[in-house]
Design a protein around this ligand. Structure first.
Ligand SMILES: Cc1cc2nc3c(=O)[nH]c(=O)nc-3n(C[C@H](O)[C@H](O)[C@H](O)COP(=O)(O)OP(=O)(O)OC[C@H]3O[C@@H](n4cnc5c(N)ncnc54)[C@H](O)[C@@H]3O)c2cc1C
Length: 306
């Protein structure tokens, strides 16, 4: 296992500790999470989206929350997405929405989850908007693809995320490509065993380029969600060399990560930034730390300043 993946395993392991969770949720936003999270309310997030839009960047709004295991919270989370879609329509910002199925009840029941997400996708359809289903860890991969495919048989305004670190990805994309699914490709942010995911970054990156080019070449639309300049430059060159026009793919990045690169790319390509907001920011924040352990120094620096 390479150092980057080992660091991820350790950080995600420590972050799962309940004492650490309590302390972090109390002080985290002040200690650095606000670099990655656009505030606690939808109005904070809309403001951030407005300033991205001014730079020619689109957004996808995520109301943070995952692994919800009581029906009341699931209902609240689902209702919040309907409100968000209305707010986007009302304020006319350029944004769609991203959501996680475990926030919509997948850990309780697949049917409950499906019905909740169906309502959100139907609402988005009414408002001429789009819903992206994030991909979580491997216990949920099959159910997530199943739910997406069911929704996609009824609605065209729904897309899915696929992770290049999984061995199964090439096959999944063959299947999803045959129905013309709109896919966001990312490397994958969870700690997965070597039986299921490439343990070396080099292989994850190679697989990323391989499946991206194959998917777009076959005529399907794909969003390249990465901050990796090697991959971004490779995609730009590959597209030029193969006469792939810029409207056949887009770049996506996370709020607060490489903002200059986001602006630079937006001059030539479609760029969309993932804007998360809400009070349930802790698991999202720890995944951002695990991706880049150097971010821990940024948190420590903020602690020392307090
Ligand atoms: C729009 C979007 C949506 C995503 N949705 C999902 C999803 O649904 N499911 C999922 O599993 N994962 C998701 N991810 C996360 C993704 O899987 C990776 O964990 C994350 O993007 C880091 O990988 P990378 O491609 O940027 O490459 P890396 O090789 O990890 O990083 C390349 C460079 O980017 C910069 N960078 C990367 N991460 C950070 C960071 N946290 N802080 C500061 N700099 C950083 C650094 O300069 C680094 O050298 C998403 C990512 C994006 C951009």
């Amino acid at each position: 296992m390479d150092m980057q993946l080992l660091a991820r395993k350790i950080i995600l392991g420590v972050a799962g500790n309940s004492v650490v969770t309590k302390a972090a949720t109390k002080y985290g936003l002040a200690l650095g999470a606000s670099r990655f999270v656009a505030g606690e309310t939808v109005d904070d997030a809309i403001e951030s989206i407005r300033s991205l839009n001014e730079k020619g960047i689109s957004a996808t709004l995520d109301h943070l929350g995952e692994s919800v295991d009581d029906e009341r919270s699931v209902k609240e989370a689902a209702a919040s997405y309907s409100e968000i879609l209305e707010k986007i329509a009302e304020t006319k910002v350029d944004s769609n929405v991203s959501l996680k199925l475990t926030q919509m009840g997948l850990a309780i029941s697949e049917e409950l989850c499906y019905n909740n997400v169906r309502d959100i996708v139907a609402k988005a359809k009414e408002l001429n908007n789009f819903v992206r289903i994030d991909m979580e860890d491997t216990p949920y991969t099959n159910a997530t693809i199943r739910i997406f495919k069911n929704l996609y048989s009824e609605f065209d305004n729904v897309g899915l995320v696929i992770q290049s670190y999984l061995y199964r990805t090439e096959e999944d994309l063959e299947d999803l490509g045959s129905i013309g699914a709109n896919i966001r490709l990312c490397k994958g942010a969870y700690s997965e065993p070597p039986e299921l995911a490439f343990p070396n970054k080099k292989d994850v990156d190679e697989n990323y380029k391989k499946v991206f080019s194959k998917y777009v070449e076959s005529g399907n639309y794909m969003a390249a969600a990465t901050h990796d300049e090697n991959i971004i430059n490779w995609i730009k060159e590959w597209a030029k060399a193969n006469n792939i026009s810029n409207d056949r793919f887009e770049f996506q990045m996370l709020y607060g990560i490489r903002p200059q690169l986001q602006e630079e790319l937006a001059k030539e390509y479609k760029v969309r930034v993932y804007v998360p907001y809400g009070t349930e920011w802790y698991p999202y924040f720890t995944r951002r730390l695990a991706e880049r352990p150097a971010n821990l120094f940024f948190v420590l620096k903020n602690m020392l300043r307090k």
